[in-house]
Structure formats: C-alpha cells, structure tokens
Design a protein around this ligand. Sequence first.
Ligand code: G3P
Length: 491
Amino acid sequence: MTILAMDQGTTSSRALVFRDDLTVQATAQHEFPQHFPRSGWVEHEPGDIWTSSAGTARAAIEKAGAPRIDAIGITNQRETVVIWDRNTGEPIHRAIVWQDRRTAEICDRLRDEGVEDQVTDTTGLLLDPYFSATKIGWLLNHVDGARDRARAGELAFGTIDSFLIWKLTGGRSHVTDATNASRTLLYDIRKGEWSDDMCRLFGVPRELLPEVRDSADDFGTTRADLFGREIPILGVAGDQQAATVGQACFQPGMMKSTYGTGCFALLNTGDQAVRSQNRLLTTIAYRLDGKTTYALEGSIFIAGAVVQWLRDGLKLIREAKETQALSEQADDSQQVVMVPAFTGLGAPHWSPNARGAVFGLTRNTGPAEFARAALESVGFQTRDLLEAMRADWPQAGDAVLRVDGGMTASEPAMQFLSDILGAPVDRPKNTETTAQGAAWLAGYRAGLCPAPDEYARAWQLDRRFEPAMSDKDRDRRYSAWQRAVQAVLSV
Ligand code: G3P
C-alpha cells in the first residue's frame, strides 16, 4: 500500500509518499509567493496553490520510484477562501488568506449588533477576521457581479481542500470535510450541517457551499491524466486537525500543539462541544464513521515567526537555527520579556490591534537576550492557552502536551515550555505528524490502516521534557509575562 499526502500550507505546498507502515518514502516541497496588497491584507494566487500542489505531488511520486498510489489524503491551511466559476473553473479573485485582517470592521460592527453569542453558540468560533465567512462576504461585495452569480449557482466557494479536490477531480467533486467546514463561521458544529442562520447573517448564499463529508470518506477520484490513472481521495482534514490525528490524540484530555509560523493547540474533548468561557475556540477535531469528536483550540499567530523577525527584521542571526546558541549566551540576571503581538494577539485575548513590545531592557541587553526572550515568548503564550483550557474544562489539568513543528527541534525552547507550564512535554519521533494524519485518514477509509487505538499504540516518543524550574521562579516569570501582556493590551 502507498498513500500520497498533500499538505497545502500557508507558505509552501508539500507532498509526501507514505509506505504501508506510514513511514515516509519521499517528500517534495515548493514555496510560493505571498501577496500583501495593503497593510494587513494577505492573498495567494489560486493558480500557484494548484500548480505547486500538483507539481510537488508528481515530484514526490517520482522520487519514491513511481509506485502505484492507492489513496490520497489532503491537509491544508484552514479558513483561507477561494471562490471560482463552476463552468470555467476560473477563480474570481485571489485567495484571501486566514491571516488577512481586511474584514476587522465588519466583525466589529456585527459584535456591536450583539450577535457574537449566537455565532459562538452555533459555530464554536468568535467574530474575528481570521475565519472564512466575512472574507466570502467581502469577495461577493467587491468583485463585479459576484453576488448575483453566486445566487444563480454559477460560483463555488471552497477552503483550500475543496479547491484542490475540485481541481484534482476535474470539477466533478465540490466537497469538504467537517473539520474545514467548522472553520468557516457557517457550519453548525453540533447539528453537523451548514447553518441557514449563519448564511443569512454573513450574507452567503447556500448555493456557494460544498457538501460536507467525514474526514475519512469518499471525496472523488483524480483525473486520470494527472498521475497516470484515477486515484481515490479518501482523507481530508485541516492541518491542525490532521496533526491532532497524526499525534494520535484520540482520547478526551489528550492535547497537541504545533509550532510553525504560529502555534495551534488542540485539546480533545471527546463528544462534548465545550463552550469556552475564556475565548478559546470550539472546533471539530475529526469526524470518523459519522461520529464527531470535538476540541478546544487556542491559536497564537506568532510563534516561529518571531525567529524570522530576529533574522529578517533585526538581522541578529543569519539562519533560524542560530537562535538556540545565541539564546544560551543570554545573561541570566536580565529578565527581558518580549510580547510578539506583531499582528495583534490571538487566543485568549483576540486583540487584532495590539502590537508587540519588549520590556526589561538595560544597557547590557543585546542580541542574546533578545533571542532568549523570543524563544520564551512561545512558552509563555502556550501557558496562556493552557490556563484558558484548564479554566474551561477541568479535565485538561492532567493533560500531557504533545508537540510538533519546526520549533520543537530546539531543546532549550522545549525545556522552557515544560518549565513554564510546570508539566511534561512530549516530543514524538515522527516529525511529519500533519501529513501522517492525512495519510492515516485516507488509509483508514481504504481499510489499509489500523483503527485509532492500534494506530495510537504505534505512536513513539522521542523525548519527554520534565519541568525543572522551581514553583517560585515559574510564578515570578509568568507574572512578569502577564504584566507585559496587560501593558500591551492597554496601549
Ligand atoms: O488556521 C491556520 C492554519 O491552518 C495555518 O497553518 O501551518 O499553514 O501556517 P500553517
């Protein structure tokens, strides 16, 4: 058995070929351009998303020695919006990316109208430009004739999974999975169907929307000319949900946190859709065999990106991997605190207009202290998420955090994370958790991969980080962080 996983991310498209024991046989990756037409706007060219995805899929298959691919799993950057013409397949505009803040005012206006509670009750989400619905509304209002064409059923909306499936199947399937649907602000996560109320509220005609399937399901077959024959697409999940599956967080109380550009922590809450009192998101972790498993999610917008800023903005390092060595030279007597609110603060604060700050500077502060403060900011933000999760759902108290993503290679960053959480942090051997999750979903549907329990038993630990900081230091350091965040929020 061979499975192809396509991982369409915010900055690059990747493809991985998995053997039947779900080990990686070959990978290919391609970065594509980001467009920033105005401050706070972020767009992708749908053509770039498609060609980089198809191109890396072909390259990975070739590198693997052109095996027969039995199934495809897709995982993707979530919330990003594409609208295209059903007849020609032509997008009507560039994709509006999840990071884009252009609809902040629309969200404010709706909040002032007092509808946020109803939105959260139905969708589990908050009124924030992060999610898809206001971006769809923006496109329908700003592209000539789009609203009328949408009402007439001429247009299709999709998150990136839907768009890729449409392209892969030559326009035969307009579908998505429950995890991606749960990020649109249009999906009733408890009833498991598109919500007419939300469609009305955000002005989105139902005719635009794809059909929603389980995460392991039949999503159609690829055009024969793409990979030499028709291949079934059998697994789909948003990237953070795919990582939750890849980390085998199948039991309530299990939690994973992925450190990429941002950081996304998901806590499995089983069949309970826990309503957060602390501005976390309630989301669908996966839907298997018709059964929905929910999660509480905390999203931090800047994690690995703070290291990019040290490199590209401050030019303190040439390569990201230098951060660790530099941070180890930091003077312990200085308590520099960095709040990297470059694009506002995400959960649990949700303050799109907050901006970053550095506290505790002295005349001796230099690059090493900046590097350490940058790495520590990721730990502090994760602790904020965990505090909120514990407050929302007391069972979260005993959860061990499973981590993945580029930043987890940094031993000091992971040690600090464990120290500041006061809890163990588990780093798995498998570092391709997101793609593996998508591959497992496809393999499970095909009857080629083991059931969740058996898959979970195969999960292997690389290293467990145990807290080594005294309670007193932990409290003192975390209080300093909380004061810094309050200062940022009050400017
Ligand atoms: O919600 C946004 C998230 O899915 C993006 O993930 O890895 O593409 O930055 P990533």
